[in-house]
Design a protein around this ligand. Structure first.
Ligand code: 13P
Length: 336
């Protein structure tokens, strides 16, 4: 087993998942202001440190994705944030793209940037303790989109990023996110997501990526948020598994879904259904941002010094997601 494969499996095994706490300062500011907490570096650290020092970390969380600000911060215990995370048994990771910008040539779409100077930034993150990284591309669905230009250019960027990350001894999370927004059907989501993922792997192979040392972070196959179509979690699982079976090479050790705007319960129920029906060799787990943190953030905002209470809310959510990653979740467990 290669070292990269070992890291990927350590992050994803035994029902563990990834806590995506890598919101940029802009996004985190929106999240904090939505619950009336001022967005200062201290408050951003306090909320995140509260989660990273929860009891649930050791049983449920295999990896944490950090933002540049957080990976450089020091906890109240005087440990660096990567040290605090490593002490729980989880592996620290970091988002390394610099965001999605307007795509020249198709200006209603986005291209993710951040390749310039990436090799040097990766070396610095490795020294800080990171052993995996994230790069997110976004694609919107409409009659015309995603365009070939967006699919090809983002796949190329993901492959160049992955090559640099593996060269530096870290595991790249490859995240092509086909957004939920729009009135499209689940079938359209299936077709567009399939095209995006297929093209990503073609490009990863051209760039000689060790596929046993990556983690794929895709969206689930869902109907668009404004679509009239309502599909069951069983249907979500069926379409999602079909898409991944058809387009992901078998060397890939694991798939960690994003939540993408689903509620906490939807994201948990759909992941559970995927695992109940998982007839592949891929580990299928979570790499959730909002679907792991929403309730905890709301609770914390009422009293930002109520650390224990906030941790209890977070532990419950992480526990539910880990059960779902093993196909053992039921709705009754939510209220116990
Ligand atoms: P959500 O689970 O909130 O979609 O965030 C996951 C993530 O890391 C998006 O890049």
């Amino acid at each position: 087993m290669s070292q990269l494969n070992k890291i990927a499996k350590n992050i994803l095994s035994n029902g563990k998942g990834i806590l995506a706490a890598d919101e940029s300062n802009g996004t985190m500011t929106k999240r904090l202001e939505s619950v009336n907490v001022p967005s200062s570096p201290e408050n951003r650290l306090l909320f995140r440190e509260t989660l990273f020092s929860s009891d649930g970390m050791k049983d449920f969380i295999g990896g944490v994705i950090l933002y540049d600000e957080t990976i450089n911060q020091v906890a109240s215990s005087k440990q660096t944030i990567p040290e605090l995370i490593s002490a729980t048994g989880a592996i620290p990771g970091v988002k390394v793209d610099t965001g999605a910008k307007v795509l020249a040539g198709s200006t209603e779409e986005k291209i993710t940037e951040g390749l310039d100077g990436l090799r040097e930034r990766l070396q610095a993150y490795y020294k800080l303790g990171a052993r995996f990284t994230k790069w997110r591309c976004v694609y919107n669905i409409s009659d015309k989109f995603p365009s070939k230009l967006s699919i090809n250019s983002n796949a190329h960027a993901l492959a160049r990023y992955s090559a640099l990350v593996q060269e530096c001894g870290m595991v790249p999370i490859v995240e092509p996110e086909v957004l939920m927004d729009g009135g499209h059907t689940a079938e359209t989501c299936f077709n567009k997501t399939s095209e995006v993922i297929k093209r990503c792997f073609e490009e990863l192979m051209i760039h000689k990526i060790d596929l046993s040392g990556i983690i794929l972070k895709p969206n689930m196959i869902l109907a668009g948020t404004t679509s009239d179509e309502k599909i069951s979690s069983g249907e979500v699982a069926k379409l999602t598994l079909k898409c991944l079976k058809e387009n992901v090479p078998s060397e890939v050790p694991g798939i960690a879904f994003l939540s993408g705007g689903q509620t906490e319960i939807e994201a948990t129920e759909n992941l559970n259904s995927i695992n109940k029906n998982n007839d592949t060799n891929f580990i299928m787990t979570y790499s959730y941002g909002r679907a792991l943190q929403k309730s905890a953030l709301k609770f914390w905002s009422k009293d930002i010094n109520n650390i224990k209470g906030t941790q209890k809310v977070f532990n419950h959510r992480a526990n539910m997601c880990t059960l779902a990653a093993q196909g053992k979740w039921t709705v009754e467990l939510e209220s116990q």
